[in-house]
Design a protein around this ligand. Structure first.
Ligand code: GLU
Ligand code: ZN
Length: 281
């Protein structure tokens, strides 16, 4: 068993991070497995080295140990671009020059009532029919051509094993689910050259993660990840989507909520055991 904790170094770790990290760590330790770290720092504008250092100090203070130096997602960009190149050669991605406003204008009003998918309402497809440049372009969004992707998958079942409390069991994903809720997702952002969805899939595979533990807010995004694993011929790990730690008013803890920063509890004299208790562990 190999588990991971994969924070974005864009702010201090708070109680929600502590919960996710301890869960993944303890799970690996209970099974004689390995626990790894990864900094999801593809957003170069918002990621800061000082948040990485602070996170490592907090994790060590919690008593967690990890079995390899942390992987930095930004170091993996060449691998992300290589995978995009493979998808490009298969004709499965296309450039998109739409702005947020273009997309909102192209989506018709009935979207309002419908629950948006993990990345909002499916993209209306404006750029899909444009002539394809000969080489994969840089500096534009690259989107998955969902219908072509599904055609490539053919009759293979898309499914994953979920062990989290809310959805435990085998989750099977139908083509209709992808068409209604996922659509042509962005796999490379014009500003990053990669995306969360692509990076998480490639880097979980590179770290040979067998059990992905993460917040319930990412449950819906797993469909995208399973599809990408199938297209890129990667193995699908087991997923455990856990509860989100909420404040006393039931609100999700946000990164900016520095009042909940672990360092704050630490400074006020809390012990790692207190943190476990506060997160319900
Ligand atoms: N980097 C994400 C976060 O900070 C976690 C991504 C994942 O676990 O898939 O919440
Ligand atoms: Zn477009």
């Amino acid at each position: 068993m190999i588990t991971r904790f994969a924070p974005s170094p864009t702010g201090p770790l708070h109680l929600g991070h502590a919960y996710a990290a301890i869960l993944a760590h303890d799970m690996a330790r209970a099974h004689g497995g390995r626990f790894l770290l990864r900094f999801e720092d593809i957003d170069r504008q918002r990621s800061l080295a000082r948040w990485e250092e602070a996170a490592l100090a907090d994790l060590a203070w919690l008593g967690l140990t990890w079995d390899a130096p942390p992987l930095r997602q930004s170091d993996r960009l060449p691998h992300h671009r290589a995978a995009l190149g493979r998808l490009w050669d298969l004709g499965l991605i296309y450039p998109c020059t739409c702005t947020r406003r273009d997309i909102d204008a192209a989506l018709s009003a009935p979207q309002e009532g419908a629950a948006p998918g993990p990345d909002g309402p499916p993209y209306p497809g404006t750029c899909r029919a444009r002539p394809r440049p000969a080489a994969m372009p840089e500096g534009v969004h690259l989107r998955l051509d969902l219908r072509r992707a599904l055609a490539r998958i053919g009759r293979r079942a898309l499914a994953f094993q979920e062990t989290g409390p809310r959805h435990a069991g085998q989750i099977t994903l139908s083509p209709g689910h992808f068409i209604d809720r996922i659509g042509d997702v962005v796999l490379a952002r014009r500003d990053f050259g990669t995306s969360y969805h692509l990076a998480v899939v490639l880097d979980d595979a590179a770290q040979a993660i067998t059990h992905v533990t993460r917040g319930d807010d990412l449950f819906e995004a797993t469909a995208i990840h399973v599809l990408l694993q199938a297209l890129l011929e990667l193995w699908t790990p087991t997923y455990c989507h856990h509860k989100l730690v909420r404040d006393d008013a039931g609100r999700r803890l946000a990164k900016r909520d520095d009042a909940r920063a672990l360092s704050r509890y630490r400074a006020e004299g809390a012990t790692p055991a207190d943190i476990r208790r506060l997160t319900g562990l």
